[in-house]
Ligand binder design. Structure first.
Ligand code: 1GP
Length: 244
């Protein structure tokens, strides 16, 4: 089974949680320890990404360390084409649909596509949409941020992604956002698309995770909570709320 099949299979019976780690933030052995603690409380995949300028070496070492300690999928969440580890299980082959810069729509993807295809690394086509406040992802990605009450634009981009053949849509408020994507926006997008919906950015409590799931998110991504506090009771309760 490839990673997308694992995700779809699980989604038939449960909602998913993915733990985002930035390979630049800790030693590979520490990333591996965090990953195995996250698996113990029920996370479904490790996403690696977050910063620009991560070196190939650190990324490879982090993937190898994580893969030697956990069995769940390790998925790259890239910012640019420069550092791509062929040792990962899959890569979000993503386009920042509301970017003003063609580099984030298809430019970086063009640079890496032939290599990815030849390597056998599994590409998972994903439409990435950044909602206010967007944080660093919004700035770096030169996003035309979706206003928090702009249902029409959020739905427009999401359905456009689906019609372009993308397998997943990701609504992102930005890592460390003071508030997650509003429930109403999640609900509107959920109703408009027939592919799985990922939601992330600013989710720091079980209540917020649960609200996003109730609104229709299929997969919740958290990064900052682990980065700031490690795998704590709160993290366990977030995963529990997603699985409830
Ligand atoms: C960022 O959506 C993810 O791409 C996670 O956000 O760091 O706020 O959990 P947080």
């Amino acid at each position: 089974m490839n990673v997308m099949e694992i995700i779809c299979n699980k989604l038939e019976t449960q909602k998913l949680h993915m733990t985002l780690l930035d390979p630049d933030d800790q030693e590979p052995s520490v990333a591996a320890r965090i990953a195995s603690e996250a698996v113990a409380v029920g996370t479904d995949a490790i996403m690696l990404g977050g910063s620009t300028g991560v070196t190939q070496e650190i990324l490879d070492e982090t993937v190898i360390a994580i893969k030697s300690s956990v069995d769940i999928p390790v998925i790259l969440f890239p910012t640019e084409a420069k550092a791509i580890s062929l040792m990962a299980d899959a890569i979000y082959f993503m386009s920042l649909l509301n970017s003003r810069n063609p580099k984030f729509l298809l430019g970086e993807q063009m640079k890496a596509a032939a290599l990815i295809k030849k390597s056998g690394l599994e590409p998972i086509s994903m439409g990435y949409i950044i909602v206010e406040p967007g944080m660093r992802a919004g700035m770096v990605g030169e996003a035309e941020l979706i206003r928090r009450d702009d249902m029409k634009t959020a739905i427009g981009y999401s359905v456009a992604g689906e019609l372009l053949g993308m397998k997943l849509i990701y609504l992102e408020a930005g890592s460390g956002a003071p508030e997650p994507v509003p429930s109403a926006l999640i609900q509107g997008v959920r109703k408009a698309i027939d592919i799985p919906l990922i939601v992330g950015g600013g989710i720091r409590s079980p209540e917020q995770a649960s609200a996003a799931i109730k609104a229709g998110a299929d997969i919740i991504v958290t990064g900052t909570i682990v980065e700031e506090e490690g795998i704590t009771e709160k993290f366990r309760n977030i995963v529990k709320a997603i699985k409830a």
